[in-house]
Design a protein. Sequence first.
Length: 132
Amino acid sequence: MNDWIEICRVDDIPVLGARRVRRPAGTDVAIFRTESDRVFALLDRCPHKGGPLSQGIVFGEHVACPLHNWAIALEDGQARAPDIGCATRFEVRVEGGAVSLLASELATLAIDDADAAAALAAARKVIAIASA
């Protein structure tokens, strides 16, 4: 099933910064851009105390949580040792400068709501973006 949703252009994400993708249910998703224009997406919640990763500082291929400076790897969401924890990772596709996420992941990953089917339908209708 091809359920990629175009979210923004790579140029809409600040270099060494992030944008937030609002979801109908669950915590927002943060889309990060590295200095080398690699793009990653993680749940916008630090595994430590829930800090908004979209407000953190991107360095290399990590983001520093703005609350307690935990370094979270953008590739897999893992906290850098000695810290332990993981932020949920979302698949990202970049084609022709367009950044897309999977609607099915937006509707189901890290959603506490039992009605994932309704969330999927809503995600396909409206995905709003807010600057981080």
